[in-house]
Design a protein around this ligand. Structure first.
Ligand code: MN
Length: 499
């Protein structure tokens, strides 16, 4: 099952020195590898074999071709033989697609009894790939290296992760983020430089007055509302007050009306991620919580209170995670459990948590919302299953974007939370709550995150490499002393780095 029709090009490097027989063998071996990887590795995208490149001209043409091929989202390079790397300068200088350097060789084992100099000259990626690696490093290019035997699971897994990231990177080339209302007044961490974000991360952020959406809400027909309510009745467990005839049914009807309107609005404009703001709801009946929850479940990015960076990140995470087991949601650090030995953080939001992370069938409930001054909103309420996950954010440091990624372990709550009217997850961030929170605060991380039980830190590391942004992991190995040093070193690095 491929996650999209996009392709990855497989480019084998060589040179003219070896003669036709060797080059024929190089092309044949590369073709076999591509065929077998496509057939057996379970990779998320199809790999397309490209003719062996033997000169600067061929390399430049291949890289220009990859740039202009709309369905190519990245290239894999591999040096079956030696390929003098000055030949790669021109091509790599213009290459605008993500790069994975596969460091492997066609044969797994040395044929001890047969090996001669012909064999050595044909199978010399051990030094050909080092020559290629030198020029990539000398040019300071972002690259993912997958080193090891190409038929082994670990190498294929590294390739698969990168392919998913390359596909999500491509998705962001035409990602439009719609902000209904501005950022929440005075909030610093959710704001930032939208011009720089478009230059560096690709996505585009627009503002829409909430009145534009309200105009769509007014036009929704009763028939469309009935259809939407039927979906709610089928997919969720409705609280008595939310059912047909219940005293708060009207709030569910209005939620359905808003959802129909939002879907029409977003589809017409090819928008992939949205933000809302509880302070900008003129013309709406209530904060569109249920609609945002259900849009997230369909792959839209979402950020609360105008948080466009998290909305865009969440969309990218949704694309990375396509078809993988485990959900992906907008999340917020809400309140702590500081009991000795069990320190954990309760995650939730006012309403908007994605039901893709629900442990069981979500409950649809209507409760008052303390802020915003609107009618009581409908929302899905559920728990999140125990297990590992990642919480990620991107912040604007003024001279660069910084991605912070924390490994977390979702745990069960000590007892049920019958009075909590929102979806939640309780987690222990790695290496422990105190160190994680300390590091996250030193890094200037948001209270909002993109959270996923489908992804691992490797996805974010690959993304940061492609985007050329700072990457700060917080995991089992994190110590505050090292983390502080990393931040200080990065400060100098990004000041000096050629953009
Ligand atoms: Mn929030």
């Amino acid at each position: 099952m491929k996650i999209s029709n996009k392709k990855i090009w497989f480019v084998t490097g060589s040179q003219d020195l070896y003669g036709d027989d060797v080059l024929r063998q190089v092309a044949e071996d590369a073709g076999k590898m591509v065929d077998e990887l496509n057939a057996k590795a379970g990779l998320p995208l199809e790999i397309v074999w490209k003719p062996t490149v033997r000169s600067s001209e061929e390399i430049l043409n291949t890289c220009v071709g990859a740039n202009s091929a709309a369905d190519c989202v990245g290239i894999i390079t591999w040096m079956h033989t030696f390929s003098p790397a000055k030949m790669w300068i021109g091509g790599l200088k213009v290459l605008a697609k993500p790069l994975l350097h596969l460091h492997t060789q066609f044969n797994r084992e040395i044929p001890w009894g047969e090996i001669d100099m012909d064999f050595m000259n044909l199978n010399q990626s051990a030094h050909g790939d080092r020559e290629f690696g030198h020029i990539v490093s000398r040019m300071r290019l972002g690259v993912k290296v997958a080193a090891g035997y190409w038929q082994d699971r670990d190498v294929q897994d590294r390739m698969a992760v990168w392919m998913r990231v390359a596909n999500a990177w491509d998705d962001a080339r035409d990602m439009k983020v719609a902000r209904f209302g501005d950022n929440m007044n005075n909030v610093a961490v959710t704001d930032g430089d939208k011009v720089e974000a478009e230059l560096r991360l690709g996505y585009h952020v627009d503002y829409y007055p909430i009145g534009d959406l309200a105009a769509y809400v007014e036009k929704v027909t009763e028939a469309r509302i009935r259809d939407m309510l039927a979906v709610y009745d089928k997919e969720y467990l409705l609280a008595p007050n939310a059912r047909e005839g219940g005293k708060d049914r009207k709030s569910v009807v209005e939620a359905a009306r808003t959802e129909v309107a939002m879907r029409a609005f977003l589809t017409e404009r090819k928008i992939k991620a949205i933000t809302t703001n509880f302070d900008a709801l003129h013309g709406l009946h209530q904060l569109p919580g249920l609609a945002c929850q259900r849009l997230m479940a369909d792959g839209y990015g979402f950020g609360g209170e105008g948080d466009w960076k998290t909305a865009a990140l969440l969309r990218t995470m949704k694309v990375m995670a396509l078809g993988l087991k485990g959900g992906t949601s907008f999340m917020e650090d809400y309140t702590y459990h500081m009991k000795q030995g069990k320190m954990s953080a309760l995650q939730a939001h006012m309403l908007e948590v994605c039901p893709s992370i629900a442990e069981s069938k979500p409950k649809l409930e209507v409760h008052p919302l303390g802020i915003g001054g609107k009618a009581d909103p409908a929302r899905l309420v559920f728990n999140t299953p125990p297990g590992p996950g990642v919480a990620a954010t991107v912040v604007d440091m003024g001279n660069r974007f910084r991605m912070i990624v924390n490994e977390v372990e979702v745990i069960s709550t000590e007892s049920p939370l019958p009075k909590l009217p929102v979806a939640q997850a309780l987690w222990i961030p790695q290496p422990d709550l105190q160190t994680s929170a300390h590091a996250w605060i030193l890094a200037g991380g948001t209270h909002h995150t993109g959270f996923s039980m489908a992804l691992t830190p490797e996805y974010f590391e690959d993304y940061a490499e492609i985007a050329g942004i700072e990457y700060l992991p917080i995991d089992k190995r994190t110590t505050i002393r090292d983390f502080k040093r990393d931040i200080r070193v990065n400060e100098v690095y990004y000041m000096l780095k050629k953009q």
